[in-house]
Each structure stands twice: as C-alpha cells, then as structure tokens.
Write a protein that binds this ligand. Structure first.
Ligand code: BGC
Length: 769
C-alpha cells in the first residue's frame, strides 16, 4: 500500500481539526555515550566508507535488515479521529514510536549510537502532506522548482537547498525526499512543478545545487524519480520505451549532472517500468549505470510501494524498500538464513545507507526537533526565487511596470485578495509559515486536504501597500460581466488565474478551470490594458493572449509570492526569469498529443480512483525533449524554452565562437534601456546531424548603459553523444552549428565551428557524499 493510498483510504474522513499531533515524540536521536574505543565508527577522522564498514561489522543481521525496510512514519490511529469501516485492519496503526509523523522512519540503533532515520518529502520545503502528518507544523514554502529553474541561477538553487536542509534539521529530519529531476516530456504532467524543466543541463545543475544545499546542513537528500516518471497517468504500470542512447542523453544525463553537483546520499527509483523492467528492479539503471559506471556510493531506496520482488530487486541493486508494509523485503532474514541471499548483500546495503549518513554529518551533527529556524532569512530566499523565477511573457504598450499615472487599478480573481498558491498538491505539500487556505471546490474530506495550499501573502494587499496613492479595487472574478464592467473603469486591470496541479493527476488540457479563460477574455475585451498573472505548474493555452497587454508567468510562487508579484508589477524589481520549458501553441505539437493511458474518469484525487491496465509509453522524441522536439518537427511554440522579457533592453554585439577541443563563445552585452536588468545569454550547439542543445549560459546583471563582454563555455558533456555501437560517449568530430540566443529560438549570433573528435569525454565526477 502506497503512502498516498494509505491517506486516501480515509477519504471519507472530515476535516482534520482535533487530530492528535504525531510530532513531539522521542526523535530516537541517541547521544554517543560510550567511548570512541567501543565505537570506532564515531571517529570523525576516518572516511565515511571506513566508518560505515566498521559500524556494519558491529551490527546484527536484524539491525542491518532494519535499515533496509522503511516504515511509514505516521499512523492513521494517531490522527485521533474515528476511522470509517472501509479502512482495513492492517492500516489501523499508531505512529511508530520515535517517528515524527512523515513519509518514512527507521528506528535508531541506540547500542551503536546510530540515530533514527527520519525522512520527509521536500521538493519545495519540508513537507507536511495535508497538514495533518504533523498538526500545526509549518515550514518555509519555496516557489515551485520550475521557478527556481526559471531563475537560471545556480547560487540561488544552493540557497534554496540550504533553507530546506536547515529546516529539516531543526525539525528532526535527516533524510529529505527531494531532488526531483525528471525532465518535462509532458506539459500536462501533474508533477512538473516539482521538477526543473525540460533541459538536462539546466535541470541537472539546478537540482544538483539544491541537493548540495540540503546536504550542507547534515541532511541526506535523494535524487528522484530514477527514471522516466514523466507523467502521472499510469505511473505504477506504464512501460517507458526508449533507446539506450536517447535515455543516456536526456533523463540520465540530467541525473548524472545533478549527481555530479550534488552528490546525493540516496536515489529514489521510480514506479514505472523502463524498457520492460520496473525502475526498482532494473540492473541496467541501478547496478550498471548508477553504481558501476557513475561509481555512486550511496543507497537506492524505492519510491513508496514501487517494489515488486525481493531477489530481482536486490540483484538489480535496490538497497531499501519503502515502506515495509509492502512485504517484499519481509522475508529477507529467512532468505539469508537459508543461504539464498548472501549476508554480504545485506551488509552492502547497510553500509551504503550508513555511509551517506556519515558523509553528510547526519550522525555527528544529529537532527533534533525544536531547533531554531531563521524564518525571515528563509522567507527572503523564497521571495528571491519568486522574483528571479517568474517570467514576463508579454508586455505591450509599456503597461508594466505600472505607471505612476495608473491611478485606478482593478485586481480580479485568483484569490488575489487572500494569497497565492504556495505549491502543488501531493506528497511535496508544505504548510507555509503564516497560515494557509485551500480552494476545495469539487472536493470533500481528506481529498480536499490534498489540493494545493495557498499561502496568505496577498498580492492585492502587497500592491495596495506599494501604491497607497492609487485606488485599487478587487473583484473575485466569479461574474465575468461584473468584473469586465469594473475593468472598463480602470487605468489598468490585473487578472489573476490559478491552476492547481497535483501528484497522481495529469491535466486533461492546458486550459484554466472554473471559467478563468473566459474571465480573462472578458476583462481584456473591456480594457486593453489588461495584465494576466498566471499561477500555474505548467504551460497553459492562453486563448486570450492576443487581447491582453501583458502576461506574467508566476508559477507557484511560494509563501512570499504576493510580495514578489507586487514588486515586479510596480517595477520595484525587474523580471529576470526565463522559461525552463517550452510553452506549446497547441498539444498537437507535442510528441504525444494525447496522454497515453489518460482517461478523464481517472481524475480522482491522487489518481487512485481507478485501476489502470499496463500500457506502453513510447518515448518517440528520444533525447529530443522540449525545444529539441520543436526544432526536429519545425514547429513554432507559443513561447520558446529560455524566453523571457524584462523592463530594459539588451544588445548583443560582436559574437565570436571558438572550437577545437571544446566550444566557447563570447559576446558583448549592453543594457540599452533605462533600468538595471538581468540578461540570460544562452549558448546552443548541434553536433553534426543532431538538434541543438543548451550547452551553457551566462546570467548577467547590467546597469543602464553598461556593457560587458561575457564568455559562454560549453559543458563538455553536452558536446558528446552516446555511441550505440561503441557503447560509450563520443564527441563526433566536424562542424557543429552553434548559436548564442536570448532563447532557444531568438538567435543573436551563429557560426559553424569545427570541433575535434574524441572518445575521451569528461563525464560526471559523480562520487558521492
Ligand atoms: C512519491 C515520492 C514521495 C513518496 C513519499 C510517493 O508517492 O512519488 O515522490 O517521496 O511518495 O511521500
């Protein structure tokens, strides 16, 4: 039974008021009381490998096996409310002793001084699904990973990771189920907001930095979901069919780069199959690529309920079953005692788990609940991500930033009077500091609690505070005609539209629900100076685009999203985000115009409503993901990957390119406008006969009139391709087509560059912490 399934078994339950708090129980953190001579693994002068080896030698078989079986870290009985009869006996459990109320828990081994393993979800902050896993436990809600990727700012990604890691540590968690790096192959995928877009270099670097930031704080981070969990529809059953080379050059490359940067202590294998084999049973993915080729020293944990066997999984390289209520690892001890599974195989998994804990300092600086959290500093990081990640898609007639002469402003819809979407629904859900509310239309009971949470940072109020001289009125948008009539009287109309996404569900199309597209169209028809602010976890269709003056893509902007939106609209800050995924003009342009396996009647919370028959997901685009697919099919998107406007203008002059044993380019950027601004200059290159790839970028801040010559260096991994015959990476020699662009399709300088062939391609120094 999956964690989310466990929750959904209580769909009939009503609101969680009065739930017993699971938090506050003994964390299981054990102080090292004995001398180092008794516990040589506590000697910090030794390497993590040596410490893990020594600790595992001292463990009994039972203790080693206990590390390989995660328990669910909360129990329905501890929620303190009557459970309906439909909840089976096996699920009527209390929160395990020592657990904090989260996705995963493994008890401490006090006699050896080893702490409990406390795992929580963490894509956008320390998760607390539905707000009832730990009643009242809030955390900093960061904007969605798409916003972070949209910043193209790896330093900011490191800071984001540190926020999550520091809060996890202060709440008693030492493993974060973070690091989602699945590439966007399906712009209707309900979980794209947890990932970092469609490009392996961008996604790999951004997510790698967040992993490193989390682990800086003595907390292990995962990377997930390894691999090709690119849609939620049928995630437990589909078989992603793809050529090895295409896989190596796309999703695996994103993982490889993320590992190189972040060295995660754990990897979470995916639910789905890849070329006929479940992700958690794949010798190719686990033993061959991850552990052997990448020399990954950490452990592989299953996604929750993703294990289908004991021996094939162990033989493939799986180290830990999550959660242990799924029974496959329950016979492990008997199998070892019968000699069918070597004891050394168990010791290896235990060693990998402990190694990662030692490597990040989770044993020496143990996490414990009740630690101090610098909420203001963390909120400032959340605000920066929102500011730098939002993308200005359109701005005509100088409508933005709002002119001082705009004295009457009408704000419409999207709950803008109350707050902004803090994150999507599902296991990543964070309960934001400062309180929250939900849009529960169409949902009841626990299902309603799984919908996205809005934080209480109202953009309307933030705007009113920044423009006290203006008359700013609000209409909730429930009646488009009324809203349009009000908009007609205003200097500027700002319409907010929100589109919830959640784990387990893909969207049927790219439209807004609750008539919001009609609302925007009606307002724009009434007032040509209409600005649309879109809080979404995916691209949308924007059928009204030509009639609006401006569009700000705000993603899920996190707990300071209201402030950030107001600062960008008023020009207190300038937009600098770029799209981390292509916005298609229509779903007909996608590799799969219809989502394989999709059935609208499956649109029940978490997608658990209806069993799905296994089906093939043919990855016909191969490694030509996103903008590369658009190039291959010569299709014109609505907005290209890498695209975004700001309030100033930039000139690109004297582009130059140098090949040889690599690729570098230079260009002089000049801020030709009257405001400071950030330009993200992008370098794309196509090996002979292949589509172009993003190989590097420079994010440059320039004052008005300022010029700078910037150097763009290609990551050598991106110049190579997988050679299926030689079964290795090769850089084909010859003429590469290279261009510097403002986006994947706005070319500012282009050249044919001769680059030498080599089989000596620097690969990721994956290693591990
Ligand atoms: C999700 C994982 C998550 C796990 C534990 C699964 O359903 O796919 O991303 O970490 O649950 O909550």
């Amino acid at each position: 039974m999956k964690l989310l399934g466990l929750l959904m078994a209580s769909t009939l339950l009503t609101a969680p008021a009065g739930l017993a708090a699971a938090a506050g129980t003994d964390s299981g953190v054990v102080a090292a009381a004995t001398s180092q001579a008794d516990r040589p693994w506590m000697n910090t002068a030794l390497s993590p490998d040596e410490r893990a080896r020594l600790a595992v030698e001292a463990m009994t078989l039972d203790e080693q096996i206990s590390l390989m079986r995660t328990q669910i870290g909360f129990g329905l009985l501890s929620l303190g409310i009557p459970l309906p009869d439909s909840v089976p006996e096996t699920m009527r459990k209390h929160t395990p002793e020592g657990a904090l109320g989260s996705a995963g828990f493994i008890p401490a081994v006090p006699r050896l001084g080893l702490p409990a393993i406390q795992m929580t979800d963490a894509s956008l902050g320390v998760g607390n699904l539905g707000g009832f896993l730990r009643r009242g436990d809030e955390a900093t809600a960061l904007p969605s990973s798409l916003a972070l990727a949209g910043s193209f700012n790896t330093d900011l990604a490191r800071q984001a990771g540190r926020v999550v890691g520091a809060e996890a540590h202060a709440k008693g968690f030492n493993v974060q189920l973070a690091g989602g790096v699945n590439l966007t192959r399906e712009p209707r995928n309900g979980r794209n907001f947890e990932y970092a877009g469609e490009d392996p270099l961008l996604a790999g670097l951004i997510i790698g930095e967040t992993i490193a930031g989390i682990q800086d704080q003595h907390v292990v981070s995962t990377s997930k979901h390894y691999a090709l969990n690119s849609q939620e529809t049928g995630r437990f059953v589909y078989d992603a069919r793809i050529d090895e080379g295409a896989l190596r050059e796309s999703d695996l490359l994103a993982f490889e780069i993320a590992h190189d940067r972040g060295q995660p202590g754990a990897v979470m294998c995916a639910y789905n199959r890849i070329n006929g084999v479940y992700g958690c049973e794949s010798p190719f993915l686990l033993n061959q690529v991850l552990k052997s080729e990448w020399k990954y020293p950490g452990w592989v944990m299953s996604d929750w309920g993703a294990v289908h066997s004991l021996t094939p999984a162990l033989d493939a390289g799986l180290d830990q079953e999550s959660p242990q209520d799924d029974p496959h690892f329950s016979t492990l001890k008997a199998e070892v005692e019968a000699g069918r599974v070597p004891a050394s195989r168990v010791a290896e998994s235990a060693r990998r788990i402990l190694r990662s804990l030692f490597a990040v300092g989770a044993v020496d600086s143990p996490a414990a609940p009740g630690g101090a959290i610098d909420k203001d500093a963390h909120a400032a990081v959340a605000e920066q991500i929102a500011l730098q990640g939002m993308v200005l898609l359109k701005n005509e007639g100088g409508v933005l930033p709002l002119a001082a002469t705009a004295k009457k402003i009408v704000v419409i819809g999207g709950f803008a009077d109350r707050g902004v979407i803090a994150g999507g629904g599902g296991s990543s859900q964070v309960m934001p500091y400062g309180g929250s509310f939900r849009d529960t239309r169409g949902r009841e009971g626990v299902a309603a609690l799984l919908t996205p949470v809005y934080g209480l940072d109202s953009p309307l109020k933030a705007l009113q505070a920044r423009r006290p001289d203006a008359d700013i009125q609000f209409d909730d948008g429930s009646d488009p005609a009324r809203a349009a009539a009000l908009a007609r009287t205003a200097d500027v109309a700002i319409v907010f539209a929100t589109r919830p996404e959640e784990e387990g569900l893909d969207a049927e199309n790219l439209l807004f629900d609750h008539g919001q597209d009609d609302l925007i169209a009606a307002v724009a028809a009434a007032n040509p100076r209409t600005v649309a602010v879109l809080e979404t976890g995916n691209p949308t269709a924007m059928p009204w685009l030509s009639r609006t003056a401006a569009v700000l893509q705000a993603w899920y902007p996190g707990q300071r999203g209201g402030q950030a939106i107001a600062r960008l609209l008023t020009g207190d800050a300038s937009p600098s985000g770029r799209l981390p995924m292509t916005f298609p003009a229509s779903v007909q342009q996608l590799p799969r115009p219809e989502i394989p396996g999709f059935d609208p009647s499956m649109r029940t919370p978490l997608g658990l409503g209806k069993p799905v028959e296994p089906f093939n997901l043919d990855i016909n685009e191969g490694s030509d993901v996103g903008y590369r697919w658009f190039e291959r099919t010569d299709a014109k998107p609505m907005f290209a990957f890498g695209y975004g406007l700001t309030y100033t203008t930039f000139d690109y002059r004297r582009p130059s390119f140098r090949g040889g044993d690599g690729l570098t380019a230079e260009v002089t950027l000049t801020n030709t406008g009257s405001r400071p601004g950030v330009e993200v200059a992008q370098l794309y290159a196509a090996p002979p006969g292949r589509t172009h790839r993003l190989v590097g970028w420079a994010r440059v801040e320039l004052q008005p009139g300022e010029s700078r010559r910037v150097t763009l260096s290609a990551d050598p991994r991106l110049l190579a391709s997988w050679d299926a015959e030689a079964k290795g990476w090769r850089r084909a020699g010859g003429r590469f087509d290279a261009y510097i662009g403002r986006s994947a399709e706005q070319v500012e300088g282009r050249a044919q560059v001769r680059i030498g062939a080599t089989a000596d391609v620097p690969r990721a120094l994956v290693g591990g912490r």
